[in-house]
Structures are given as C-alpha cells and as structure tokens.
Design a binder for this molecule. Structure first.
Ligand SMILES: NC(=O)c1ccc[n+]([C@@H]2O[C@H](COP(=O)([O-])OP(=O)(O)OC[C@H]3O[C@@H](n4cnc5c(N)ncnc54)[C@H](OP(=O)(O)O)[C@@H]3O)[C@@H](O)[C@H]2O)c1
Length: 255
C-alpha cells in the first residue's frame, strides 16, 4: 500500500477495523491513517490501535450526519496536510435485519423507513462524503502526480456481489441492501467518468462473504483474509480499473 494517507469509514468493528489494523501495521504503512466511527468511546479495539500506532487518527463521524461533514473535512485536512487525501474507503454500511431471518427482511415485513435508512447509509452517505472530500482528493491527485491508482487519489466503495444483477446470488429478500449497493456501483461508475480525467480513481469492491456481525459467523472468509485480499487488489488498481466492480480476488464482477 503506497498511499501516503488513507481514510476508512465505519472502523469500530468488522472489515473497517481490520482495514485499519492491517494498514497501520503493514511493512510500509501510510503516514496517516484516519479511522472514523460514530462512537469512538465504545470502539475499544480501534482505540487500542491508536495508542500503539501514532500514524492512526480517530475521527468521530456518523456518515448520515451531514451537518458534521464540514467539521470532518476540516479535521481530515489538518491530518493529511498539504499532500491531500490519497485514498478514501467508504466502508461503513448496514443491512436490514429481521429477527426471523439470517439476512434481510421479507417484503411483507419491510417498512419504508427501514428501506430508506439502508439506502441513505449505503448510497447517499458515501456520495456526500466524496463531495465533501473532493478538494482533498483533488489536492492529492495534483501533488502526488504519477499514474492513476490508490497511491495518487482514489475512492474505494465497499460493494457486494449481492448488488450484481448479472449474477444474482443469495436470498432475494434483501431489497434495501441490494438496491443501495447497486446504486453505489452506479455512483462509482458515474464518478469515474466525471473525475477520472483529473487523476481520480473510483472502484467498487466486493470483500467476499466475511465473518463479521453483518456477514455472520457463517461467512466464508475471516476479516484478516478478506482485508489482505482487498488491500492487494487496491494496490494493483490502475487507470483501466477506473469505474470497475471487482471481487476481493481481483476478478471483474458483472453489473
Ligand atoms: N461481511 C460481509 O460478508 C460483507 C459482504 C459484502 C460487503 N460487505 C460490506 O462491507 C462493509 C463492512 O461490512 P462489515 O461486514 O464489516 O459490517 P459490520 O460488521 O456490520 O460493521 C459495519 C460498520 O459500519 C459502521 N456503520 C454503520 N452505520 C454507520 C453510520 N451511520 N455511521 C458510521 N458508521 C456506521 C458500524 O459502526 P457501529 O459499530 O457504530 O454500528 C460498523 O463499524 C459494508 O459496507 C458491507 O456492506 C460486507
């Protein structure tokens, strides 16, 4: 990972926490890793990492609290300095839940409020964060120079194979989650078209089915393995991947 500065959202647990852990402890760590979470006081493991690694900064951020965006951007700007922000990983996400089902909510039990909450967290919030951090990403694209990639200026949107219409997998009744991530995929593509010429890279990555609170213990991958794969894929992204939808093994996924 050659990025000088990285921001990961949703780092209290799961894939986000593991992304931070591997980023700060790798052989050639970024100079600045920013882990955001909505309740830093409760994020004990993240706090322990910050005590151990001086390159980790924790910022309190609920991704749907749009009123806090300017404060977050200001704190990020101070942390990354003149080099701007090289890599934003939009990881925070939610899935609708029903006590009777392992995943999702049947149509009969689905409320508009829940559907909208999932769309807001998984689709609207990442877009608003990109909008707010665009000046810092642009700064990184200009000051870093070099080829397009995560070492210059990039946004990784955490997607899922469940968003794919081309290879529909799993239970059908995860309506909010599927729709929100399919929309996120479209945003990834649209942003790549809008800002690719300025040296910014956008990609949507599927982390695999991972053993987290969301993925449950039935997941096929540990967070360690998934994040190892994801960081490897991120490091190999080039201009030809701008707007791509890729799996954690680097293979292209159908939209
Ligand atoms: N696990 C899988 O198998 C799998 C598969 C495909 C894609 N993904 C994607 O990977 C990402 C991480 O998933 P995960 O498995 O690590 O999920 P997880 O264990 O449920 O963790 C979700 C993280 O997102 C945070 N979050 C949720 N809403 C937030 C908000 N409004 N503001 C800030 N943070 C918020 C949570 O913070 P709190 O602790 O404060 O709730 C938590 O840190 C998600 O985008 C998910 O869709 C996961």
């Amino acid at each position: 990972m050659l990025a000088r500065s990285v921001l990961v959202t949703g780092c209290s647990r799961g894939i986000g926490l593991e992304l931070v852990r591997q980023l700060v402890s790798c052989d050639n760590p970024p100079a600045v890793v920013i882990g955001t979470c909505r309740n830093p006081d409760n994020a004990k493991e993240l706090q322990e990492l910050a005590e151990k690694y001086s390159n980790l900064k924790i910022i309190k951020f609920d991704v749907v609290d749009y009123a806090s965006l300017s404060r977050v951007a200001e704190e990020v700007g101070v942390a990354v300095g003149a080099g701007g922000l090289n890599l934003l990983i939009n990881n925070a996400g939610i899935m609708e839940k029903c006590p009777l089902q392992m995943f999702g909510v049947s149509l009969q039990n689905l409320e508009a409020k829940v559907f909208n909450e999932v769309l807001e967290t998984n689709t609207t919030a990442p877009l608003m964060l990109v909008k707010e951090l665009l000046p810092l990403l642009r700064k990184a694209a200009m000051t870093s120079g070099g080829p397009i990639g995560v070492s210059r200026a990039a946004v990784i949107n955490m997607s899922t194979i469940l968003a794919s219409m081309g290879c529909f997998v799993g239970n059908a009744d995860i309506y909010g989650y599927r729709a929100s991530k399919t929309a996120l995929n479209m945003l990834t593509k649209a942003l790549s078209v809008d800002f690719g010429a300025e040296g910014l890279l956008f990609a949507a990555l599927h982390p695999g089915w991972v053993q987290t609170d969301m993925g449950t213990t039935a997941g096929m991958l540990t967070t360690e393995q998934s994040v190892k794969d994801l960081l490897h894929v991120m490091a190999t992204l080039t201009e030809k991947h701008n707007g791509a939808f890729l799996s954690h093994d680097g293979s292209e996924l159908p939209w």
